[in-house]
Design a protein around this ligand. Structure first.
Ligand code: DX5
Ligand code: ZN
Length: 225
């Protein structure tokens, strides 16, 4: 049985001065939130750290899916776990993947490996059996609201097919430029978890936006061979 389609609203596109309200708007229709952590070094932007994750965790029982766009995620895994991160993705472009995955296993978080648009399938291929999810970037990480990069779709398909062929537990999560049109393309390529920032929080009714995205994803999943 393939996992159900899940929408992960990215709070990066929410109003940080009214974060609790934004979370409350989507909470009835989602099971997880995507939290973009940027260090000003791995990516040219700065966002959220463990204190904010802890505040979100106190506010909501939703699963917190923390995407660490950091050069040195290993220095912060324990802090994010203690703050309430349930899923953590580190980038495969960062050194020390084996140690990072071992540390995430020790901490009991769901372990993900994120892969930038220009990084080939071969970089994540050796780790598939050790992962809970593969976070395939369909924009260059660093900012919300960018355009979907269709050239990444063959890699989504390659990762999905390799996971299925090997019987791995991992699923494919896609991040960047996901909207009501592009979600069908990535779902058809095998993704089952979809990060959406501007498509959700840029919409006047974020819950309605989630429902629309999920319907489009379900339709595409259902028509997969
Ligand atoms: C980009 C982040 C994304 C971002 C997606 O670096 O990793 O999670 O919030 O935003 P949209 O959906 O607007 O492309
Ligand atoms: Zn992200």
């Amino acid at each position: 049985m393939p996992p159900p389609c899940r929408i992960a609203p990215s709070i990066l596109s929410a109003d940080f001065a009214a974060l609790a309200d934004a979370i409350d708007r989507v909470a009835p229709v989602v099971e997880l939130l995507h939290v973009d952590v940027m260090d000003g070094h791995f990516v040219p932007n700065l966002t959220i750290g463990p204190p904010v994750v802890a505040a979100i965790d106190r506010h909501t029982p939703l699963t917190l899916d923390c995407h660490l766009m950091m050069t040195n995620p290993g220095d912060f895994l324990e802090a994010f776990r203690a703050a309430g991160a349930d899923w953590i993705s580190v980038h495969v472009e960062v050194e020390g993947t084996a140690d990072l995955l071992a540390e995430m296993a020790r901490l009991g978080v769901k372990a993900g490996l994120a892969v930038n648009p220009e990084t080939p399938f071969e970089a994540v291929e050796p780790w598939l059996g050790s992962l809970d999810h593969v976070l395939v970037m369909t924009v260059h990480p660093g900012f919300g609201g960018q355009s979907f990069m269709a050239e990444v779709v063959p890699k989504i398909r390659a990762v999905s097919e390799a996971i299925a062929a090997r019987g791995c537990r991992a699923f494919v999560e896609v991040d960047g430029g996901v909207d009501a049109e592009t979600i069908g393309v990535v779902a058809a390529a095998g993704a089952t978890c979809f990060v959406a920032g501007s498509a959700v929080f840029g919409h006047p009714d974020p819950a309605d936006a989630v429902r629309t995205l999920r319907a489009a994803a379900d339709a595409a999943c259902a028509s997969r061979p």
